[in-house]
Design a protein around this ligand. Structure first.
Ligand code: ADP
Ligand code: MG
Ligand code: ZN
Length: 476
């Protein structure tokens, strides 16, 4: 029996505002426990929340970027449950009336693009954090995170494979970062994902019962957990059993999911509109103002890089993965207008260097200007392409401009025909057997001679001239 899997993702992204969603406490990460708290986020009696306008701005940016329909009137509700990290005993969250609905996100997959529906985007507050003592049976609570703004993005159950789930999350994260509204860091918890998974017989239109996976804190874990869960559900069904509707926990040490609790239903939370907060009304002016500050988004940039610079799709994909890298590329092309050559250097040596040193492009030891200067030196024939890599490595180590390195190390390409002829003569004199073999028809030896001359000049000989001179001497 063949199965098809159905996946829907719920993503919580922390919004990068200076202050919390309903009070003016700082959202700064890493402060001593319980220093960024006030009566509002501690849920003291008699206090009133005030909505942070910036949070709405950011949610609107995301809604517009994902082609959602913005609801002119939305509401905040109370989601009631008891847990020690939730001082009020309820979380303020949008429920029946979220800020935006019915959007979409196109993702690239092996055979083209897939369109994933976005069911809703809503705003809510984060809870605090429990810190468990490793030595004693004691837990402490840090409420600095209580009230930090979150945006929840709920997909339609349109995702079919673990790879698609990964592509969707990466695309979502890229948009959040382009918009400058969040860090999108899964390991640090500013971008969290719950995955709903079910399976059904291939071709069926009736979805199976889903399990919801939690504790997925890296892209790798999301994909592995989904793959595991699909396989587990298949085995349950093939054994004649039924998948339970439940919440399951991914265990990254054992690479499996375990049951955590049976799935709660919405009515368990006793949602009701928060009487302390007015309905949120959004007018055209507000939407227009947000639309006016939207940057070029990843998908637009990707297609522009292909049309404007004539780059292959693969290059455009890599270069637009984040805004800073795309800017670096464009800065470089502005000085050295040969896009494919720049792309090759950025995707090859530069990204190689950054990966090896675990750096982001913003911390690159080689600036866009210096990389462009290096390519100019090659283009003008001042240095050979081979030496360029040596110069690049030196630039990476010292941060010096390429011209300076070339001068200091005496790496200028030898294009003096007289000097090169002497080198060629020396090589031919030192290899009489090869010369005889070449003249006897072993033309492949040309590469050997060129190599010897390059070696003798430590890579500085102009290869085009060396070939010319060798040709004249051996064939002419
Ligand atoms: P909740 O998890 O709070 O009950 P929803 O009912 O809105 O929330 O659904 C959450 C997610 O589950 C959505 O992303 C949705 O696409 C997905 N989903 C719903 N039904 C299924 C299903 N049968 N299989 C897989 N995913 C599903
Ligand atoms: Mg859920
Ligand atoms: Zn506060």
């Amino acid at each position: 029996m063949e199965f098809e899997s159905v996946i829907g993702l719920e993503v919580h992204a922390q919004l990068k505002t200076n202050t919390k969603i309903f009070c003016s406490c700082s959202t700064e990460f890493g402060a001593p426990p319980n220093t960024h708290v006030c009566p509002v986020c501690l849920g003291m009696p008699g206090v009133l929340p005030v909505l942070n306008r910036k949070v709405v701005d950011y949610a609107l940016r995301m809604a517009l970027a994902t082609h959602c329909k913005i609801q002119r009137e939305s509401r905040f509700a109370r989601k009631n449950y008891f847990y020690p990290d939730l001082p009020k005993g309820y979380q303020i969250s949008q429920y029946e009336l979220p800020i935006a609905r019915n959007g979409r996100l196109d993702i690239s997959v092996a055979d083209g693009t897939r369109r994933i529906g976005i069911n809703r985007i809503h705003m809510e507050e984060d809870a605090g954090k429990l810190v468990h003592d490793p030595d004693r049976p004691v837990s402490r609570v840090d409420l600095n995170r209580t009230g930090v703004p979150l945006m929840e993005i709920v997909s339609e159950p349109d995702i079919r494979t673990a790879e698609e789930a990964g592509a969707y999350l990466r695309q979502l994260r890229a948009i959040i970062r382009y918009l400058g509204i969040g860090d999108g860091n899964m390991e640090e918890g500013s971008f969290r994902c719950d995955a709903n998974i079910s399976i059904m017989p291939k071709g069926s239109t009736v979805f199976g019962i889903r399990a919801e996976l939690k504790n997925l804190n890296s892209f790798k874990h999301v994909e592995k957990a989904i793959q595991y869960e699909i396989q587990r559900q298949k085995e349950v069904i093939l054994d004649g059993g039924q998948v339970a509707q439940e919440t399951r926990l991914w265990n990254p040490d054992r690479n499996l999911t375990t049951s955590m609790r049976s799935k709660e239903e919405a009515h368990d939370y006793r949602y009701f509109p928060d009487p302390d907060l007015l309905p949120l009304v959004i007018d055209d002016d507000w939407i227009d103002a947000v639309r006016a500050v939207l940057p070029e988004l990843p998908a637009e940039k990707r297609s522009r890089f292909q049309t404007e610079y004539g780059l292959p799709a693969m290059d455009a994909d890599v270069l637009t993965a984040n805004r800073e890298l795309a800017d670096f590329f464009e800065d470089c092309v502005r000085i050295f207008p040969q896009p494919k050559a720049v792309s090759n250097w950025v995707m090859g040596p530069l990204l190689g260097l950054l990966n090896a040193r675990n750096l982001g492009i913003e911390a690159s030891p080689v600036s866009a200007e210096h990389l462009a200067d290096l390519l100019t030196l090659v283009d003008e024939g001042t240095i050979s392409g081979k030496i360029a890599k040596t110069v690049f490595d030196k630039m990476a180590d010292t941060g010096k401009p390429p011209k300076k390195i070339v001068e200091e190390k005496g790496l200028v390409q030898v294009s003096d025909a007289g000097a090169l002829e002497a080198e060629v003569d020396a090589v031919l004199a030192a290899n009489p057997d090869e010369v005889a073999a070449y003249k006897g028809g072993k033309k492949k030896l040309m590469g050997f001679f060129v190599g010897q001359v390059m070696k003798a000049t430590r890579g500085k000989a102009n290869p085009r001239l060396v070939n010319e001179i060798l040709g004249k001497k051996l064939d002419g």
